[in-house]
Design a protein around this ligand. Structure first.
Ligand code: ADP
Length: 536
């Protein structure tokens, strides 16, 4: 009675070989590295072929490298032969199997290399028939013929080996790209996350959890993400996810989070819809990063810019100080004259009450003018947070020109206004836009100080199909040398002895903050033309 199934010996031409091949294929498909693939071939090729020896040969540049063998006597393990000087080389160069019943009558065999060995006959199969990368050899100690079945099994092993090597390479490529991705995420201090649209399950990498102040082992669902978000930003976050989910746009959202330690931080998340191989949308995946430091720097920058804009305004107004004094003294003197006359018309011996009334009215008008002037100056000098209001540009420009011309110095400058009649009102910070215009006007006035003709044209018109309004300030001064024009809008760039060189850089900051653009018109013939736009 048998105690188990007897060990079955492979039947050289029968089904047994193919059954062995199936189990070899299974082992090959589980191999994790080229080394393991070679090992499996080495361990199984003899049983499979019934040969007295087997070798595994790798193509290595122009050489055949005999990396492994299992044989009754030593073959060539560890040796390298030029591709055109051995039979494995012939196999790999031709992509064909070599079947050799008697090696000493075959001219492809380097007989000297075989003489010290037991080999009399062989079959050598290439691994891959297109651009072979290796070969598997089976050797016998007798001269013999080979059946088609024997050759086919060895070729089957070679093909399975090719498939196993391809799988190992694909896994390596994947591992490498995952590693590269991990390095990139680490270098960019990015966390990765993934939202499955079908199950709504949310997975976040350790770094992604850390950004939200969570531990690696803590669960972190999409609901947790929403709850960690500052209440004022939750709707914004959810809407951004909904839009990305529905495919309207990539996810790109920045929001505040409430950290577990009670502090508030900023997080930026970016993501994209991922399609399956059958192109169905399955996931939203992306990265998250802590943008608190950048956000704080940006806030600081904005505060500094606004301080600078204020300082710029004060410096502008400071330079205009004596003009303002003149602007106030004149109407006050007139008012005083009117009041003096009124007093005279009220004296009993000369009473003309109607005339006195007219004089008081005139005095009042002069005082109202000084009050307005003071208010305008005060508006510009006051430090206020930027506020947008709906403004009509005609009056805004006229008021600014009035301030710019205060004092006697620039009274004689010829000023033309070309404002389109049908300009729509715009939402702007009035003081800021006035500051820009004031700066451009003062620069124009100063540039023309030595010019014979002193003329400035201020125009405003609709451009870009009525989407933007463009302002132009053109003067009859000497214009700009190209080398100055290049750096004009950079801070601290001045050609004036008393200049700070911040005016135009502040103008740019203000205009870009309004969603517009500022530039100097190139190649204008006479003088300089500065232009800027603001959206309607
Ligand atoms: P500042 O007026 O304090 O020098 P700005 O930033 O306003 O600072 O101007 C920078 C420089 O640009 C000026 O020093 C001047 O050389 C040049 N510039 C500005 N406007 C004009 C103009 N209309 N014509 C010629 N040069 C100008």
């Amino acid at each position: 009675m048998s105690t188990g199934s007897p060990a079955r010996r492979p039947d050289p031409d029968g089904l047994d070989r193919w059954l062995v091949l199936v189990s070899v294929v299974e082992r090959l498909s589980a191999a994790e590295s080229l080394r393991e693939v070679i090992q499996v071939v080495r361990d199984t090729a003899r049983t499979l072929s019934g040969a007295d020896g087997v070798t595994f040969v790798l193509r290595d540049e122009g050489f055949c490298h005999y990396v492994e063998e299992d044989a009754i006597g030593p073959l060539w393990k560890g040796k390298r032969f030029p591709l055109n000087a051995c039979i494995s080389g012939w196999c790999m160069l031709n992509g064909k199997t070599a079947v050799i019943p008697d090696i000493y009558v075959d001219p492809r065999i380097p007989h000297d290399a075989y003489r010290p060995t037991f080999v009399k006959s062989l079959v050598m199969a290439p691994v891959r028939t297109e651009h072979p990368i290796a070969a598997i050899g089976a050797y016998w100690s007798v001269c013999r013929e080979f059946s088609d079945g024997e050759v086919a099994v060895l070729e089957g092993l070679a093909r399975s080996t090719a498939a196993a090597i391809a799988a190992v390479q694909a896994r390596d490529t994947l591992r490498n790209s995952e590693e590269r991705l991990r390095l990139a995420l680490e270098a960019g201090q990015l966390g990765a996350w993934d939202l499955n649209l079908a199950t709504e399950s949310f997975t976040a990498s350790a770094a992604s959890k850390a950004v939200f102040g969570r531990r690696v082992d803590e669960d972190f669902s999409f609901q947790d993400l929403v709850e960690a978000t500052h209440p004022d930003d939750r709707r914004h976050l959810e809407r951004a996810f909904e839009e990305a989910w529905e495919g309207y746009s990539d996810l790109n959202v920045e929001f505040r989070v409430l950290r577990t330690n009670g502090t508030i931080g900023w997080i930026h998340m970016r993501g994209r819809l991922i399609r399956d191989t059958d192109s169905a949308i399955s996931r939203l995946a992306g990265v998250s990063f802590d943008s608190t430091a950048r956000r704080q720097a940006q806030d600081r920058m904005e505060r500094l810019q606004s301080e600078l804009a204020h300082v710029g305004r004060l410096s502008e107004l400071g330079q205009m100080g004596s003009s303002f004094a003149h602007e106030l003294v004149q109407p006050l003197a007139a008012a005083s004259n009117y009041l003096g006359a009124a007093r005279r018309f009220l004296k009993p011996d000369n009473a003309l009450p109607e005339k006195a009334f007219d004089m008081v009215t005139n005095a009042e008008a002069q005082i109202t003018r000084t009050k307005q002037t003071i208010q305008q100056i005060r508006g510009l000098a006051r430090k206020t947070e930027p506020v947008r209001t709906i403004e009509y540009l005609g009056p805004l420009i006229e008021e600014t020109i009035e301030i710019a011309r205060m004092g006697t110095k620039y009274r004689t400058i010829e000023l033309q206004l070309a404002v389109d009649k049908d300009l729509p009102p715009v939402s702007v910070d009035k003081v800021q836009i006035q500051q820009v215009l004031l700066n451009l006007l003062r620069n124009a006035f100063e540039a023309m100080e030595d010019s014979e003709i002193q003329a400035v044209t201020v125009s405003a018109m609709k451009v870009d199909d009525g989407q933007m309004i463009e302002f132009r300030v053109n003067d009859s001064g000497p214009g700009l040398a190209p080398e100055i024009a290049a750096d004009l809008f950079k801070p601290f760039h001045t050609t004036k002895s008393h200049g700070m060189g911040v005016g135009l850089s502040i103008c740019r900051h203000i205009i870009e903050g309004h969603g517009g653009r500022i530039w100097v018109q190139p190649g204008s013939e006479a003088g300089a033309t500065f232009c800027f736009t603001v959206p309607v």
